[in-house]
Design a protein around this ligand. Sequence first.
Ligand code: SF4
Length: 452
Amino acid sequence: MSHPVKASEFLKDPDKAKWHDETLWFVRDKRDNSSKGIPEWEKLRDTASQIKDNVLANLDKYLLAFEEKAKANHIHVHWAKDAEEHNQIVLRILQKHKCKAIVKSKSILTEECHLNPFLEKHGVDVVDTDLGERIVQLLHQPPSHIVLPAIHLKKGEISDLFHEKLQTEKGNEDPEYLTHAARTHLREKFLAAKVAITGVNFAVAETGEFVVCTNEGNADMGVHLADVHIACMGIEKIIPRRKDLGVFLRLLARSATGQPITNYNSHFRSPSPGKELHVVLVDNGRTKQLAREKFKNSLKCIRCGACMNTCPIYRRSGGYSYGSVVPGPIGSILSPGLDIKKHSTLPFASTLCGSCSDVCPVKINIHEQLYEWRQEIAKSQGLNIKKLSMQIANGVFSVPFAYQMSGALLRGALKILPNSIAYSGINAWGKQRELPEVPQETFKNWYKKNKA
Ligand code: SF4
């Protein structure tokens, strides 16, 4: 299903759509206030963007440096060219440890690789431990936002879900009560899991360490209780030096939720005595994106979600309308690179207002890339209705007589056409708008008469 079709599904509940729009705008507002609190904000964005430029230009060197240091720190390093290889590596580690139940903290990469269904198919019970992720997991839904996975759900829906799955009091919507119930439920899972999986926010080439950022401390809880920690990261998550973290950590939390700092920024450098630490470095289309000159800097993304919170389309169409693990403006420039046919409507899900680029902490030119993808998609498609209508318009506009005649015909026709034809399926524009009143005469005629 295309983005417009899925978006109209979302808009069938206008009250919820309005609430979704306002909730995300509230987060955007918090981001604005927080960023205004530090005078060097724009300098930080420039620095982050330049560091990432350097990373993308030297990705191979930084990755190899990271591997060398990480191995010296007794970390097992694995390389996966795609999602399938990533999933097999994780499964092999679990099988080696005869592990049938794992806890996982938020990781967009493992969503991208569809790790949960893969492991479940192999008899492994996977529990997502981030509260929002656990909520959508209990609903058998994917996350609808990369930072706020259950942002599309209202308190009442979560209360009903917890009543059904966690036997909480019927109708109790108190967030504190519901969070407490989730915490009790998750504690048991933490205590039972031998292996914990986390994502990686930043991996430092200089030291071979990596950093995981969470607000709930769930990654730390899982990792410290388990014997084995598997950290899964996209290869673009590398940064050159530890001191660069100061730039990114300040930008990340403020851009994501407006907080000055994420609650838990945990550094992992080597396994605790008697434990195992694995890092899986995943390509899965990233090197292909790196080779696309116009689109490569989409790999600078630090997954803060700010472009989603500000996007007028995302706010009004919901995360599921994108049909992709990473929705919103950044998803709309990453997904066509993975499958241009499947995601051909995404670059058009934008007003090209540029608000996404304005808030992006690493200064990705998102709206320009959306426009570039539109050109690529138009080239990859044969004749479509838009192309055909543009060709007709070109013919009409370039011949003055044809332009005058068609204007006269349309002015006459619109006066007598019944609404059922004027606002039919072929006029999608008219679905939510009124056509303007037809003027009595053309501007040209009016000008001739009033020139004097
Ligand atoms: S593209 Fe920029 S604003 Fe959007 S999620 Fe990535 S870093 Fe954040």
